[in-house]
Design a protein around this ligand. Structure first.
Ligand SMILES: Nc1nc2c(ncn2[C@@H]2O[C@H](COP(=O)(O)OP(=O)(O)O)[C@@H](O)[C@H]2O)c(=O)[nH]1
Ligand SMILES: Nc1ncnc2c1ncn2[C@@H]1O[C@H](COP(=O)(O)OP(=O)(O)O)[C@@H](O)[C@H]1O
Length: 219
């Protein structure tokens, strides 16, 4: 019998995973593919708010909640963000209530956020696991941004100029993955997520068991 079966009354909270990478390294594609492999409702990606204009094909409420700067500022004032940051001149933020409710319901949540947001989340939520994804080379990163075909030359140049600075934060993360061959990187990501999920479930069950023993000893 596993620890989990011995203490079914202890509800296991979901786990928080942070995925960060320089623009174009493949984090959105990897998260999407991972979720497509786990359609049992146990994993969810957080939909951020942003002031960035939607790209062709992006849907409001699916890829982002596209809002204007005044609305974003009002949400900051009302402390509605779990974290927020300015990236490439636009604001991006994660809804506090959605994260808290989803984790409480036992669902794992994936945050596709930058290093500044990752830092804020880890301060509030130390058990979050942070994974940093890098491309095999800077040349490949630029090629991916161009092949994605969604950003102007100017936007691509800005993202390339900031890629090195972003990658310099890799050491603040628990895991580093190189997204060279997509399926290999996806398999590595899945292994990390499933292993962490198991480890954190056992940890939560141990805490519940310890608490139960303590309460029993007190009579
Ligand atoms: N801090 C923070 N960063 C975010 C959030 N949502 C997206 N980002 C980051 O903002 C950066 C730009 O995102 P985006 O404009 O979608 O470009 P893409 O990464 O090239 O697809 C990426 O590093 C995202 O991970 C958020 O809610 N908070
Ligand atoms: N391992 C890979 N090999 C080749 N192309 C990739 C790989 N991973 C992602 N891509 C492509 O690179 C582009 C950028 O990926 P995307 O997921 O949008 O990056 P990010 O979310 O990090 O900005 C997309 O066109 C995607 O299909």
């Amino acid at each position: 019998m596993t620890n989990i079966e011995q203490h079914p009354q202890a509800k296991t909270a979901g786990n928080l995973f942070i995925i960060a990478a320089p623009s174009g390294a493949g984090k959105s594609s990897l998260i999407k593919a991972l979720l497509a492999r786990h359609t049992d409702g146990s994993m969810q990606v957080s939909v951020s708010c942003t002031t960035r204009p939607a790209r062709p094909g992006e849907e409001d409420g699916v890829h982002y909640h596209f809002i204007d700067e005044a609305t974003f500022q009002a949400k900051i004032e009302a402390q509605q963000f779990y974290e927020w940051a300015q990236v490439f001149g636009n604001y991006y933020g994660t809804s506090r209530v959605v994260i808290e409710e989803t984790l409480q319901s036992g669902v794992d949540v994936f945050l596709d956020i930058d290093w500044q947001g990752a830092r804020q989340v880890r301060e509030h939520y130390p058990s979050a696991r942070a994974i940093f994804i890098v491309p095999p080379s800077i040349a490949v990163l630029e090629q991916r941004l161009r092949l994605r075909g969604q950003d102007s030359d100017e936007v691509i140049a800005e993202r390339m100029a900031k890629a090195q600075a972003e990658m310099s934060h890799y050491h603040e993360f628990d895991y580093l993955l190189v997204n060279d061959e997509f399926e290999t990187c996806l398999a590595d990501l899945e292994h990390i997520v499933l292993a962490e999920r198991q480890r954190m479930a056992l940890q939560q069950q141990r805490h519940a068991a310890t608490l139960k023993d303590l309460l029993a000893k007190r009579g």
